[in-house]
Each structure stands twice: as structure tokens, then as C-alpha cells.
Write a protein that binds this ligand. Structure first.
Ligand code: PMP
Length: 402
């Protein structure tokens, strides 16, 4: 007689304890989290939850007070008073989709500024909505000037302009000054991706007249991936209210989410089960940013990035972004040195030094190494460690003689 009906055994590899090696994550994100954020929360909720530690369920629903604290933290980090400010239950892509799904309807014209992978992604998402997608192109490593943008606005007359503040695939910081005002003069809304830059480079949502801004939890905020702050201006809210059709995603419907997050003045109704532990960690990441202050965070990222760039130049390496002002303070791109393979270098750093950096992405794949200094990882110590590891790699990794 068969002793079991099961034909698939419990996997042996799952029954062994999880091994997580100690590593310093200096890639483009996720970043190393300070233990406090993984053990979130620091204050208050831990005693009632009984257990304190990664994996402990901290509550069965997200307490409204914590949701309000997250909203206040987002308003501070974004420098906005928008009431429609909340965190999405998903990664940065979730925020891209939430922004585009809610702003656009079939046939709407959107102008997408493409100088790396994120513009390409935004265009792809907008096409899936059925929008009329117009592309404004710049070579990877370059940024858009107000003149470039104005030409695009005049030529295409879009309802929405998408642009990336911190282009993490190329290492470019996009200047935003004047773009909001320019867009509004042309009857267009400004949508900005700040996943890789928030907290690491100045951004002022209200003063810069940005209509929709979003970010991610796993970069400067040092929280685990899986939650994404987003905010809509009054102008953007009006566009949502004027929609003729419902947004194509129920999960990302900003009307439902506004209620869920207590942004619409109505009693909160169940919409979906929040990733509660992720939101507690996000709350703590935002709290750390608020405690340390935005301005000091921006300055720290600037100073450590410039130390890193100088160290790379001193080693004879070539930075991908030529113009110093255009370098993203959170993620630095350096050309793969002649004769080396980027894979050998990243593997060597990981194996011999316990340091993670990344190769290129999208248009920079195979061409660059990407080094992230974000949040708690933006320190002089991290700079010295990664430079030392790279120096060692250049001496010990194989080099082709071609
Ligand atoms: N935009 C930018 C600028 C990013 O750097 C990233 C992530 N690297 C994303 C969007 C997408 O975020 P996620 O990987 O969290 O979905």
C-alpha cells in the first residue's frame, strides 16, 4: 500500500537553513539595510507585537497612525504638501505603472524623455495603456536641456511628460529646474521618476511644479525592496477626476488607494492586504531621513560621490558621465577598463572582498560598472573599501592582450 499520495518530495535544499552571506551592497540597489530597518519598528509597535526581529509579523493590519506617519515622511522627502501622497505595495515598477495607468487613457499623447533604460520602460508601459507615445531621445550619459523639452512639447503637444531624475542605468542626474513651469505653460503634466535619486539629490516637488513624483524603498531609504512612495499634485488629481474610463488596474487605482490611505476624507475601506512589514521598514527609512535632514543627506551623497569619482580617476579609470554636474550622487558609472571583463571584476569584488557592485544595464550593458553609495552606504568608509577592492581587481583579474 502506498504510504503517501505525494509524488513530489519536500525539497532537501529548502530544509537546510537559509544561508545569507555578509555583504556590503554597493550596487545600484537594493542597498544594505541598517539592522534597525530590518528589525523595524524601533519604537512603539514592537512591544504589542511581542516578537522583535526580521520575519516577525508586526500587526495584522497597518495601523492608521503608521500610515499617516509614512505619508508625512513622504511629504517631507518629496517636499510637497500634496494630500494625495502615499506608499504603493510594490517596487519602483509598480509606481511607474501606477503613475502611467492613472494619468493616461487610450489615445492620450505622452512625451517620454529617453536617455537610458527608464525612459524605455516608461514608453513600453504607456504603449500597453494604448497611449500615443512620442519619444524624445538623448544619448546615454547625457541629459535634457529646457530647450530640448520645449521643442518636444511644441512638436508633440503631449498631456504628460515623463522624465527620469536619477538615471540609474547611465549615472546621469537630470536637472529639473524650470521644467514644471515649462510643461504647465504648454498644458502638459510633469511626471518624474526619482527612484534612484530621492534623498540623494535635491528635489522639490511643489517648488519645481512636479505633478507626479515617485520613488522606491530600496535605494537611499535603505529599506527592503517592495514599497514605493508616490504623490500627485492637485493638477494631476484633476486629470484623474476627469478620466472617462477607469484605470486599467484595480490594484493600482489611485481613487481606491487614496481612500485606503485616508487621503480622501472618507472612512477607510479595505482595498488589499498591505505588505505590513515592508511598510514598517519604509516608515523607519523615512524616519532616519527626517532625523538626519534632507539637506545633510544631499550634501553627504554629493561629497562621497565626488570622493569616489576622484579615486576612480586617480586609478586611471574613465567616468561614463563626462560633465561633473551631471553625475548622479547616488550611482556612479565608470567605463569597464580596456581589456577586462566586467563580469570578472564584479565576481572578484564579491568573492574576495564581500562587496557587491553591478555591471551596466540597458544601453550601458557590458560598457560600465555601476557603484552605488546610497543612504547609510554613502560613507567615506564604503568609498575606501570599494576603491581598495577595485585596485586589487585590476591587479589580479585576467586581462586580455588584444
Ligand atoms: N526607476 C529607476 C530610476 C530605477 O533605478 C529603478 C530600479 N533600479 C526603477 C525605476 C524600477 O524599480 P524596481 O526595480 O524597484 O521595480
Amino acid at each position: 500500500m502506498a504510504t503517501s499520495l505525494l509524488r513530489v518530495c519536500p525539497p532537501g535544499e529548502l530544509l537546510r537553513p537559509l544561508a545569507v552571506p555578509e555583504r556590503l551592497l554597493l550596487g545600484p540597489g537594493p542597498t544594505s539595510s541598517p539592522p534597525l530597518l530590518l528589525l523595524a519598528p524601533r519604537r512603539g509597535w514592537s512591544s504589542s507585537a511581542g516578537a522583535r526581529g526580521a520575519g516577525a509579523m508586526l500587526a495584522s493590519v497597518l495601523p492608521p497612525q503608521v500610515m499617516d506617519e509614512i505619508k508625512a515622511g513622504i511629504q517631507y522627502a518629496f517636499q510637497t504638501r500634496n494630500r494625495l501622497s502615499l506608499a504603493l505595495s510594490g517596487s519602483g515598477h509598480c509606481a511607474m505603472e501606477a503613475a502611467l495607468f492613472n494619468l493616461l487613457e487610450r489615445g492620450d499623447t505622452v512625451l517620454v524623455a529617453i536617455n537610458g533604460i527608464w525612459g524605455q520602460r516608461a514608453a513600453e508601459i504607456a504603449r500597453r495603456v494604448g497611449a500615443n507615445v512620442c519619444e524624445l531621445l538623448k544619448p546615454p550619459g547625457k541629459y535634457f536641456t529646457p530647450q530640448d523639452i520645449e521643442q518636444g512639447l511644441v512638436q508633440h503637444k503631449p498631456l504628460v511628460l515623463f522624465i527620469t531624475h536619477g538615471e540609474s542605468s547611465t549615472g546621469v542626474l537630470q536637472p529639473l529646474e524650470g521644467l514644471g513651469e515649462l510643461c504647465h505653460r504648454h498644458g502638459c503634466l510633469l511626471l518624474v521618476d526619482a527612484v534612484a535619486s530621492l534623498g540623494g539629490a535635491p528635489i522639490f516637488m511643489d517648488q519645481q511644479e512636479i505633478d507626479v513624483l515617485y520613488s522606491g524603498s530600496q535605494k537611499v531609504l535603505n529599506a527592503p525592496p517592495g514599497s514605493a512612495p508616490i504623490s500627485f499634485s492637485e493638477r494631476a488629481r484633476d486629470k484623474l477626476l476627469r478620466r472617462k474610463t477607469k484605470p486599467p488596474s484595480f490594484y493600482l487605482d489611485m481613487g481606491c488607494l487614496a481612500n485606503y490611505w485616508g487621503c480622501d476624507g472618507e472612512p477607510r475601506r479595505y482595498h488589499h492586504t498591505a505588505p505590513i512589514n515592508s511598510f514598517f521598514s519604509l516608515r523607519e527609512g523615512l524616519a532616519l531621513l527626517a532625523e538626519r535632514g534632507l539637506e545633510s543627506s544631499w550634501e553627504r551623497h554629493r561629497a562621497n560621490c565626488s570622493l569616489l569619482c576622484q579615486g576612480l580617476l586617480d586609478m586611471g579609470l574613465e567616468l561614463f558621465v563626462e560633465e561633473e554636474q551631471a553625475r548622479l550622487p547616488t550611482i556612479t558609472t565608470v567605463r569597464v577598463p580596456e581589456g577586462y571583463s566586467w563580469k570578472d571584476i564584479t565576481a572578484f569584488l564579491m568573492d574576495k572582498h564581500g562587496v557587491e557592485i553591478a555591471g551596466g544595464l540597458g544601453p550601458t550593458a557590458g560598457k560600465v560598472l555601476r557603484i552605488g553609495l546610497m543612504g547609510c552606504n554613502s560613507t567615506r568608509d564604503s568609498v575606501e573599501r570599494v576603491l581598495g577592492a577595485l585596485r586589487d581587481a585590476l591587479q589580479r583579474c585576467p586581462r586580455s592582450r588584444l
